[in-house]
Design a protein. Structure first.
Length: 567
């Protein structure tokens, strides 16, 4: 392909009737003021979309426009271009055509980029237009730190040799940024952020150290290193979290923050002594890109409407239930961020504080100094709050104080570990809370789970297995036979898993008069019957099935929720 010609983006968009003269003049003034790229100014001002810009450039230059979302990218080809060049020029090598290379770029009019890419690839270059956001996402996924992490781990191993090193003294060294152990950790955090990992597991085993990432609720092995690396790695992390580095026999918990690719990530760390050394697990809590709204977390519109109305009430207890890692805290914070206003005083009592919200008084529980949930909650109620969030109803004392607060004019939000919405009031009674208190204070219970979402880039229709078909027939009846189901084949976008991202599955039990009366009935089975009738088939299981019918998740994921409920 010939070297591209230099064209003016504004003129191209005007000639294709995607932009007006007034909009161009406004964008040029904005560009002069801010120094940002003109295409970015067009998109941020809402004049055109990235897709429209890419399509217009492709038509003008008579070259293809490729949507990367549905393109199965070859990672080996992509890596022929160094990461710095790929990021700088927003470029991806897509195809080897023997004599030439097909390269996707977001700006095909950049002549310098064309020459530089051809020089680096040592081949002729054919251009295709790709969307800038998609190309940056693909670069993040493909240029992972796996090899770098392995190299740094080897470097640490060589550094150690057979001698013992005082990492406590090393911590005071100002040149520490260059230490291999720090480079290793930085690359681990970088890689975890790139693949949207929620947890990092560092596990010493017989003769080796395994580093695993939890992505969309499932653990994946990231790398393995020599067991010698385990001790210095644990020491370095304990120093960062201000933990006792001399104590290796007892579990410890702490937290610290790291800066990864210009964004702050809060890290919760837990260490535990095991047979081969200290196991370290880190939960990553990114504060960036969190859209804390009830309608943005996958809740069905009907439940959003009812739940919003319930949390707007002036008093009462609202519980969100589900197993660990089912998104309960995110739901509660989404409700809090909608309730947060100057007229209301909000206090949270948590262990630990997971999200930081402006305008809210957040208190961290600390058992070491006897700052328990119950003690903080008692003090919080003397601070004249309107709304109190209790991280978890852990024991009878906390539950009773929370319910009393709900009876005396406060709105109390909290979580509980139960299998379903209907079993939650019974669980409170099992904890020793009097029936009248449950019936009088509890407003509603929202139960939830998280299911993995099928990867959009490789979703394909398939025939369910006999076991899946039997299960779906029980749920949907004969309608299941004519329903088309989907799964992900696995591609470069989802690291071959067939899933990308997760969404919530919900059920809501509102404590209506009938349900409250049933709660005061001595027979638990009577209460469950009334509660299930109140939910009218709007259960976790049914919501999971409906997501499978819509093609958003697989039957296997819907069945997994169902099995959790049956346990």
């Amino acid at each position: 392909m010939a070297r591209p010609e230099k064209i003016r983006l504004g003129e191209v968009l005007i000639s294709q009737k995607l932009l007006s003269e007034d909009q161009l003049n406004q964008a040029l003034a904005d560009q002069k003021r801010t120094g940002r790229k003109l295409g970015r100014v067009f998109v941020e001002n809402g004049f055109v979309t990235e897709e429209q810009i890419s399509g217009a450039l492709a038509r003008q230059l008579n070259i293809p426009y490729i949507t990367l979302k549905f393109y199965n990218i070859n990672a080996e080809l992509v890596r022929l271009l160094p990461e710095t060049a790929a990021r700088r020029f927003r470029a991806l090598v897509l195809e080897d055509r023997r004599e030439t290379m097909l390269v996707g770029v977001s700006d095909p009019t950049d002549l310098f980029a064309y020459d530089e890419i051809a020089r680096l690839l040592k081949k002729g270059v054919e251009l295709a237009v790709v969307n800038e956001t998609e190309v940056l996402g693909a670069i993040d996924r493909i240029y992972r730190r796996t090899e770098q992490i392995t190299d740094f781990a080897r470097e640490v191993e060589q550094d150690l040799g057979d001698t013992s090193i005082d990492f406590g003294a090393l911590a005071a060294n100002p040149g520490l940024e260059e230490a291999p152990i720090v480079k290793l950790l930085q690359s681990v955090f970088d890689d975890a952020a790139q693949v949207r990992a929620s947890d990092i597991h560092i596990e010493p085993q017989d003769g080796r150290l395994a580093i695993r990432f939890r992505i969309d609720g499932v653990l994946h092995l990231q790398t393995e290193a020599d067991i010698k690396v385990a001790t210095p790695l644990a020491l370095r992390l304990k120093l960062m979290a201000d933990l006792d580095i001399s104590e290796k026999r007892l579990p410890q918990d702490g937290r610290f923050a790291v800066k990864v690719r210009n964004q702050r990530i809060d890290v919760r760390i837990s260490t535990m002594p095991t047979q081969y050394g200290e196991s370290v697990v880190m939960r990553l809590l990114s504060q960036v890109g969190m859209n804390l709204r009830l309608d943005a977390i996958g809740m069905p519109p009907r439940i959003v409407e009812r739940f919003r109305a319930i949390v707007q009430r002036p008093n009462g207890l609202v519980l969100v239930t589900g197993p660990t890692g089912s998104g309960k805290t995110t739901t509660l914070y989404s409700a809090l961020s909608e309730l947060n206003s100057v007229e209301k005083k909000l206090i949270t009592v948590e262990d630990p504080v997971e999200y930081r919200l402006p305008g809210i008084n957040q208190v961290q529980v600390n058992d070491k100094i006897d700052l328990s949930f119950a003690r903080v909650l008692r003090s919080a109620l003397r601070q004249d709050p309107d709304i109190v969030l209790v991280g978890e109803m852990r024991d009878q004392e906390t539950a009773q104080i929370g319910l009393r607060a709900a009876m005396t004019g406060h709105l109390v939000l909290s979580t509980l570990h139960t299998n379903s919405a209907a079993s939650t009031p019974l669980r409170l009674m099992d904890m020793g809370v009097p029936r009248y208190m449950v019936g009088g204070s509890l407003q509603a219970v929202l139960a939830q789970r998280l299911v993995r979402v099928i990867c959009e880039s490789c979703t394909t229709a398939y025939r369910p297995t006999p076991a899946e078909l039997t299960w779906v027939l029980q749920e949907l009846g004969e309608r299941a036979v004519s329903t088309q189901f989907f799964h992900g084949k696995g591609c470069s976008h989802c690291n071959g898993t067939g899933y990308r991202g997760r969404t919530g599955v919900y059920e809501l039990l509102e404590m209506t008069r009938a349900v409250t009366e049933a709660a005061n009935h001595p027979d638990p089975s009577h209460f469950l019957k009334v509660a299930h009738a109140e939910m009218e088939g709007e259960t976790l299981r049914r919501h999971g099935v409906s997501l499978a019918v819509q093609g958003r998740t697989t039957i296997a994921e819907a069945m997994r929720i169902s099995n959790q409920l049956d346990d």
